[in-house]
Design a protein around this ligand. Structure first.
Ligand code: 6PG
Length: 474
């Protein structure tokens, strides 16, 4: 029997979709799953192409060409370690295990060390795009040794999404850099989704617009500078009706946002590397607060606020909102890219931010028109510390910051929460403020803890005896 080019472990939605994508590009795949039903489904689907699938790890490995390329598409965490345990003894020097799940980048680095000590290569690949992306062209973020990337480059270039004739895949860097970049992608994804949700709330509750009107507005936005996958699918969602009740499905969905953890990891890591990413943090937090449904319902009878109506011309407000979304999106990108810039130095990943923007232009969940401009900015100024310092993005933000203020003021007046918009504006305002009140924070730290401070007018470390020997007030 002809041996397969590529093996997939985990024949769930994503594993199956990626295998089909490879088959479509003329490669032969083999599949493995512990679940016989998934194996049967894979075989049935690929019967014409003779793609074998197994519940027996030995038979699966025997069906692969050497060096064997084994892509794990199993949930992050223990299942990845379990799969490695299963296949490691069956693989030989030079074979490659690829982890295509949303694994934590430090787990990826640990696994790389463990496997590479036994001459098995291991690469962590961020895969974005969901089922449709997997099937028709995802954005792929591989991180690990160059020799591992060389083994898979031609396959991944074939199956990835393409923009301007270029595949949305690049070798991100060493170690866990691929999963790191995917994690930040997801942090930005959280921020974008929260901003869109807030825009929806303002239009729906604030202006009282119907789902049909929301569909029209989001569709219009998607034709302009806001063009992106997430705006596009929001427009689509507003049109979908529930066949049983005849109501819009969006109105029937419980308002508790769940999360698998990559957004939280972005926030946790940003705290570790000392990066300021308030809009991403706020988006993670907004999901947590949304999950307190019972408490929110109780509080809605107890706590007071204004009537949630926005008393402004709907056309004017919608135009402001479009500008506000654009500038807030730039702030979220600025935070995510600044985080990657800092992490690149911290972990010696040597990230190419222009390439990262390029491979996010197609296939992935945050794909958006504006990423083309981000790609160009980082191609010209790879060391740029913040996107808001690029003259074109500064000009775009300056032009629209007033609209962002108008939106937030209207939201505050109506008592509609806009945490992501507010944090984007606060980030913008803090970032453009040459002198922040941190001088007083420093003085207080020095006052109660003798933590010292630096001065504007001379070099060195200083301490003041603030109480001059007086006893503390009780
Ligand atoms: C992607 C997505 C995907 C992620 C889901 C769910 O890029 O295709 O980021 O990897 O798992 O969006 O994420 P949450 O459950 O954390 O919302």
């Amino acid at each position: 029997m002809t041996q397969a080019d590529f093996g997939f472990v985990g024949l769930g939605v994503m594993g199956h979709a990626l295998a089909q994508n490879m088959e479509r590009h003329g490669y032969l795949t083999a599949g493995f799953d512990l679940d016989p039903a998934k194996v049967a489904a894979f075989q049935a689907h690929n019967a014409a192409k003779n793609a074998p699938a197994f519940t027996d790890p030995q038979k699966f490995v025997a069906a692969l060409k050497r060096p064997r390329l084994v892509m794990l598409m199993v949930p992050a965490g223990r299942p990845v370690d379990a799969a490695i345990q299963t296949f490691r003894p069956l693989l030989e020097t030079g074979d490659l295990i690829i982890d295509g799940g949303n694994s934590h980048f430090l787990d990826t680095e640990r696994r790389q060390k463990e496997l590479e000590s036994g001459q098995i290569l291991f690469i962590g690949v961020g895969v974005s795009g969901g089922e449709q992306g997997g099937l028709w062209g995802p954005s792929l973020m591989p991180g690990g040794k160059s020799e591992a990337w060389d083994l898979i480059a031609s396959y991944y270039k074939a199956i990835a999404a393409h923009v301007d004739g270029q595949a949305c895949v690049t070798h991100i860097g060493p170690g866990g850099s691929g999963h790191y970049v995917k994690m930040v992608h997801n942090g930005i994804e959280y921020a974008e989704m929260q901003l869109i949700a807030e825009a929806y709330d303002l239009l729906h509750r604030g202006l009282g617009l119907s789902n049909a009107q929301l569909h029209r507005i989001f569709s219009e936005w998607n034709k302009g500078e806001l063009e992106s996958f997430l705006i596009e699918i929001a427009a689509d969602i507003f049109t979908r009706m529930d066949p049983e009740t005849g109501k819009a499905i969006v109105d029937l969905i419980l308002d508790e946002a769940q999360q698998k953890g990559t957004g939280k990891w972005t926030s946790q890591n940003a705290l570790d590397v000392g990066a300021s990413i308030p809009t991403i943090n706020t988006a993670v937090d907004a999901r947590l607060l949304s999950a307190l449904k019972d408490q929110r319902v109780d509080a809605s009878h107890l706590l007071k606020g204004p009537n949630p109506k926005i008393d402004l011309d709907p056309g004017q407000f919608t135009a402001w909102l479009e500008d506000a979304l654009y500038v807030a999106r730039i702030c979220a990108y600025a935070q995510g890219f600044a985080l990657m810039q800092m992490a690149s130095a911290e972990y010696a990943y040597n990230l190419n931010l222009s390439e990262i923007a390029r491979i996010w232009r197609g296939g992935c969940i945050i794909r958006a028109n504006v990423l083309g401009a981000v790609q160009q900015v980082y191609a010209l100024t790879p060391e740029l510390k913040n996107l808001l310092l690029a003259s074109n993005f500064a000009a775009e933000a300056n032009k629209r910051q007033e609209a962002l203020r108008q939106v937030i003021m209207a939201a505050v007046k109506a008592g509609i929460p806009v945490p992501a918009f507010s944090s984007a504006l606060a980030y913008f305002d803090a970032f453009r403020t040459a002198r922040l009140p941190a001088n007083l924070t420093q003085a207080q730290r020095d006052y109660f803890g003798a933590h010292t401070y630096r001065r504007l007018d001379r070099d060195g470390i200083f301490h003041t005896d603030w109480t001059e020997g007086k006893p503390p007030t009780s």
